[in-house]
Design a protein around this ligand. Sequence first.
Ligand SMILES: Cc1ncc(COP(=O)(O)O)c(C=O)c1O
Length: 464
Amino acid sequence: MSQDSAPGRVRAHLETLVARGRPGDRLPSVRELMSQLGVSPTTVRAAVAELIRSGTVETVPGRGTFVAAPSRRRARSGDRAWQTLALGSTITGEDLLAPLRATPTPDTIDLAGGYPHPGLYPDSLITRALRRAVRRPGVLGRAPVEGIAPLREWFAEQLGPDGGHRVLITPGGQAALSLIFRSLALTGDTVLMESPTYVGAVGAARAAGLVPVPVPMDDQGVLAEGLAAAVDRTGGRILYIQPRFHNPTGATLAPERRPAVMDLARRHGLIVVEDDWLHDLDDPWHRQEPLAADDPDGHVVHVRSLTKSISPAVRIAAVSAAGAIFERIRATRSVEDFFVSPIMQETALDVVTDPAWPRHLERLRSRLAERQELLRDGLEAIGVDPRSVTGGPLHLWMASPRGLDPDELRVAALRNGVSVVSGTSWYPGDVPCGNIRLSNAAGPGAEITVGLERLGRAVDQLSA
Ligand SMILES: Cc1ncc(COP(=O)(O)O)c(C=O)c1O
């Protein structure tokens, strides 16, 4: 109601009287207001009704309208305290991911990042692909909910000849995890997860109302006996697992454990969500096939993202699943977000089918390996126990230097101009040890060295 409208004028007049008066003071009657302000009875009643709703005035039938006690006045405009009550307890899991998403200031060295350094993106491949993509017929229109056919076919061929799995394109791996959890489970359902595990998966599961349950793992991946015990105890039907370059530990599931995991899936009817997030950073000559490549009964939902190997901005990932599971995922996707931009899909397809793509991946792998060596070499000097260090192509995971509290170290590191990840949020259950994760996705060598020096200063300050 605007102040210039007739009810707005009446309301403003009454608000002035309320501000000047005291609780319980009688306000002018409808008739008095009509003659003072020259308005109709309907206008007066509309204004009074609004002030009653906001708790500013109250009426006593037969006696009139009075200034309400302040305790009865409800939130004025701009006061959003009511939202706290309306929304209730938070389950978004967003707080878990905040440190990951934080953009460091330009002078902070980023040893926390989850993507390769921008200097390693295939800029010219992306630019060329984008230029070609926007010229394709129909690309400025809609796309099928599952994604464009040639990109889906490319992902399907990559998964292997097993067949039965169908592909759906999502805007990145995080969106895929969220979609899968929301499609395949109901609030309160258990999701079994390696401990530790990717904090974004814990967040997505919590946001879907699911209960993450930890399953023990070691440097060879998930422990089959631990998984069997967790299934027996919880009756959980969904397992989230990273068999390749597990984030944060870097572990790859040992070949001899794979049959045990799949056997458990068959015996207990488990859905295995296989997050193959670093597929492209594995050596193509020696890499293990995804679990989904040998999954005739459709237990595995495979997620593969291109955001680490192309760029985080080309947000394309694929979910591959079979049978009714695929249909459920497709149905959920169609109600939450009709399709991924065809421009991005065409661009990703162009990049991965460019003859220069394998060369880009080779270069990316070797640059990251060089940086990882540099990072690893500098750890002992800042108080890290080298026996505790594990890791994959993008990160190293280790006991916090000199046993310092990882959360305190993260804050002290930031004060010294370097960002690191504290491992405390990376456990779906109890946090058994104080670990940190350092990423070799920072800039070229010199940056990693300076980052480590700054982290060393933070360690010294905290342990002084
Ligand atoms: C294990 C794992 N899965 C999925 C993702 C999601 O990545 P994106 O949404 O960029 O594809 C990440 C991101 O770091 C990750 O570490």
